[in-house]
Design a protein around this ligand. Structure first.
Ligand SMILES: O=C(O)CCC(=O)C(=O)O
Ligand SMILES: [Fe+2]
Length: 343
């Protein structure tokens, strides 16, 4: 009885979330409804979000070069080698190497991840980053691929594979991040070898083909009861053998030298490649995600600084809820460590 009342009370919120980026099949009974998804709820959200993103992208197309636009349309990602002039890149890498301010660390499976939030105080100590954040190529690609004229959330991120004891890194399973077009960017600060966890992507998998839409429908029907937590949360995993049936090629590994920028639509299938040994990947990492059902490209009032403060606040709330005994906080605060230090 109480549970039913609780559900009734949640209905207005769950309904409103249909027109937002909320993707969990587990935490929203409407999004997760088997019956509604059999009758096209999920596929309607997917199709509408794609139509709107395509229209917004067309309006932002002038922000990128014709060559980059063509690469993106074909592959779902853009690769720019030698992104910064080499002296500037060396300066950026050295500044980040020498930075030992507060950062956060999490262990996911056998992988350790570090993140440095770029609030104004931190940015003041990393002045070379300005060159990246203000670059028209960086800004244009993130806006065009993300289909919004909006600032991304930016971090310095380190990925240390095989740095902990545990099951395999969950990011190494091929997946789509969410149900709508969305952008992530990596400016690699280390060389990324084929066998040390490169970003991998299935070229062309950003397109919403009839096969993909049918796959989305099938996945949505069973997502709520899936044994896989990521599927329940709406980041659908795909088995390599399913790619063929969707008319897709094998994934390619973006094993690239340092100073390469990669910007991708992570509705396309991607994964972190596995590493055969202990490895370290350091990058300036960005992601831009806004409500997928907004028809316009502009009117986003989040500044980079406000987004960084929001990230830091999230960490502090996590710390607080641990202190109150509500939930352990998985992002540990660390000091005196560089993004480049071993685990
Ligand atoms: O780190 C990577 O190579 C990809 C991880 C991933 O799946 C993501 O950032 O969405
Ligand atoms: Fe992902």
């Amino acid at each position: 009885m109480l549970a039913q009342l609780g559900r009734a009370a949640m209905l207005p919120l769950w309904s409103a979330q249909l027109l937002s980026g909320v993707k969990s099949f587990e935490r929203n009974d409407i999004i997760g409804s088997r019956w509604l998804n059999e009758h096209g709820l999920h596929t309607t959200r997917v199709s509408l979000a794609h139509a709107l993103a395509n229209a917004r992208r067309r309006r932002l197309a002038h922000l990128v070069s014709p060559a980059d636009r063509e690469s993106f349309e074909r592959d779902g990602f853009v690769v720019r080698r030698d992104f910064l002039p080499s002296a500037q890149f060396a300066m950026l890498r050295d500044q980040i190497k020498n930075y030992r301010g507060p950062l956060r660390e999490i262990t996911e499976g056998d992988t350790v991840m570090r993140k440095i939030a770029l609030d104004p105080a931190t940015l003041a100590q990393l002045p070379s980053l300005d060159e990246v954040l203000r670059s028209p190529v960086w800004r244009g690609l993130i806006r065009y691929i993300g289909s919004r004229d909006a600032e991304p959330v930016v971090w310095i991120q380190s990925i240390l594979q095989h740095a902990a004891v545990g099951p395999s890194d969950p990011q190494t399973a091929m997946h789509a991040d969410t149900f709508h077009p969305t952008v992530k960017a990596w400016l690699f600060l280390t060389d990324v070898a084929e066998d040390s966890g490169p970003f991998t992507y299935v070229p062309g998998s950003h397109r919403l083909t009839p096969q993909r839409l049918e796959w989305e429908r099938r996945m949505s029907v069973s997502a709520r009861r899936s044994p896989n937590a990521e599927n329940r949360q709406g980041s659908f995993r795909i088995e390599p053998r399913e790619l063929r049936a969707l008319g897709l090629p094998d994934p390619i590994s973006l094993a690239v030298p340092a100073n390469t920028l990669v910007v991708a639509d992570t509705f396309g299938f991607h994964a972190r490649g596995t590493s055969t040994r202990q490895s370290l990947r350091v990058e300036v990492w960005a992601y831009g995600r806004r409500s997928p059902f907004i028809p316009w490209t502009a009117f986003d009032f989040w500044t980079g600084a406000a987004l960084a403060r929001r990230s830091l606040l999230g960490f502090q709330l996590g710390d607080l809820s641990e202190r109150l005994g509500l939930k352990p906080h998985r992002w540990r605060a660390r000091r005196g460590v560089s993004a480049f230090d071993p685990a």
